[in-house]
Design a protein around this ligand. Structure first.
Ligand SMILES: Cc1cc2nc3c(=O)[nH]c(=O)nc-3n(C[C@H](O)[C@H](O)[C@H](O)COP(=O)(O)OP(=O)(O)OC[C@H]3O[C@@H](n4cnc5c(N)ncnc54)[C@H](O)[C@@H]3O)c2cc1C
Length: 433
């Protein structure tokens, strides 16, 4: 893999200066922004809190981390040469490969020179007289720019719930979104995983292969569809690359931004047998496109019930213990919360050393020196994995003191704009919990 910054913790002089644009964040969005700005002749500086490029793929190094949009589409689409030169090894490539790709792009397009790593932007203040932004960092930098571009990511501020007694715990507590770069070996350990969202669903089957005992604490069951991940053969890649421009064009034309088979027919117009057949075919293809089985699944509650019932039956068919299977069956709308894609997630609960603890009605009470306590029962653990996700969408904005016109802060502006959500005319759906 290409180099990561070695600047971490090393002293460097604070910088001052003026740029046309300052970009905050060097994930995929910040990298592309820099490339475009430079192409347009702008001077630009990028500040990145992490020690390297890649954003999501720099931070999320937990076991099993991979994309769930197919790699051939989960990649930059601005350069046909890049599309032709880079070869993905798997349908859904793992985190190290996606990070290697981000580093490859940084090198190939010579981006590193304008990125300052290990530096967190703390404030952005608009100067109305000068019509420019003053950007300040935790390393003492104070630079000005006409444009301040937030490429801070929608899932980049880890959500770390403060459980009572955490400080008493003798073992390590990891967050999936801040995974140690050197990796973690759980061999022989009793592990507790808190959360059953996307990161948990990817990591639980791998952690279960190492841990002597694995206890999963679930508040809300999650819809998940098998990935049927596979290695991509040279012939497959050759064929895909021959049609790459068409694939990119088809993806751009889709509201989702990626292309997949989509059946516009309403589910309720199909017979029960026809629905079962199409759901089964889509399940066997796997992945997020399962939600494209019919056109009305996200608009009609009765249609959504049909796919939810099908997926619940799949879970019941996989998980042998009926009580565990019922706990794993989501009761909310299918696809309302982000659909997950897994490899052996439900199967993992058939292993004798894996157990599921429901914390929906009796939340985690406290953490002791060697246990997680729920409803008076101590679940002994040596290590805890907090797969508790992120302060999504606005979390990273909240950490920057952004001040705009008239001295108004972004926090004040957003508070004022946050009007109560009015009842929707299509309010057939139960809300997600
Ligand atoms: C585990 C995981 C898997 C995912 N899989 C998929 C997938 O398969 N398909 C899909 O479409 N999406 C997926 N996503 C969503 C993913 O976040 C986006 O696809 C994409 O990577 C976001 O890129 P970005 O550049 O906008 O943000 P990020 O990649 O989050 O990058 C933002 C960067 O900004 C930096 N930053 C934030 N605040 C500051 C600050 N104040 N100062 C300096 N730097 C700052 C952060 O350190 C970070 O490096 C996944 C997300 C996660 C967490």
């Amino acid at each position: 893999m290409a180099q990561e910054s070695t600047a971490r913790k090393t002293a460097r002089p604070a910088e001052s200066g003026t740029f046309d644009a300052v970009v905050i964040g060097a994930g995929f969005a910040g990298m592309y922004m820099l490339h475009r700005l430079r192409g347009l002749g702008f001077t630009a500086r990028v500040y990145e809190a992490g020690g390297g490029v890649g954003g999501t793929w720099y931070w999320n190094r937990y076991p099993g981390a991979r994309c769930d949009v197919e790699s051939l589409q989960y990649s930059f689409s601005f350069s046909e040469e890049l599309d032709q030169d880079w070869s993905w090894s798997e349908k859904y490539s793992p985190q190290p490969e996606i990070l290697a790709y981000a580093n490859h792009v940084a090198d190939r397009f010579d981006l590193r020179g304008q990125i300052v790593f290990d530096t967190r932007v703390t404030a952005a203040t608009f100067d109305e007289k000068e019509s420019s932004w003053l950007i300040e960092t935790d390393r003492g930098d104070r630079v000005t720019a006409k444009f301040c571009i937030m490429a801070v990511g929608c899932l980049s501020a880890p959500n770390r719930p403060a459980f009572t007694g955490m400080e008493d715990f003798d073992g390590p507590i990891y967050h999936t979104g801040e995974w140690p770069h050197e990796g973690v070996d759980f061999t022989g350990l009793r592990v507790g995983v808190i959360g059953t969202g996307s990161s948990a669903i990817q990591s639980i089957p791998i952690i279960a292969q190492q841990a002597s005992e694995l206890t999963v604490f679930q508040r809300t069951a999650t819809w998940s569809v098998p990935a049927w991940n596979e290695r991509l053969s040279a012939e497959y890649l050759k064929e895909a690359k021959a049609h790459y421009p068409e694939l990119r064009a088809k993806a751009r034309a889709r509201p989702t931004g990626f292309y997949f088979l989509f059946n516009a027919q309403p589910a309720l117009q199909a017979s029960e047998q026809e629905r079962e057949r199409l759901y089964e075919e889509a399940w066997q293809r796997g992945g997020l496109p399962f939600l494209g089985s019919f056109g009305d699944l996200l608009f009609e509650k009765a249609a959504n019930d049909t796919i939810a019932d099908f997926a619940r039956e799949k879970i019941r068919g996989i998980v042998k213990d009926p009580a565990t299977a019922e706990l794993l069956c989501p009761q909310n709308v299918f696809g309302c919360k982000r659909l997950c894609v897994d490899t052996n997630y439900f199967e993992t609960y058939n292993l004798p050393h894996v157990k599921l603890v429901d914390v929906s009605k009796t939340p985690i009470e406290r953490i002791t020196r060697d246990a997680i306590v729920v409803d008076g029962t101590e679940h002994k653990v040596d290590a805890i994995v907090s797969a508790t996700g992120f302060a999504a969408m606005t979390g990273s904005f909240d950490k920057i003191a952004v001040t705009g016109r008239g001295g108004q802060t972004l926090a004040e502006k957003w508070r004022a704009a946050r009007a109560p959500i009015s009842a929707s005319p299509r309010k057939a759906f139960r809300t997600c919990s």
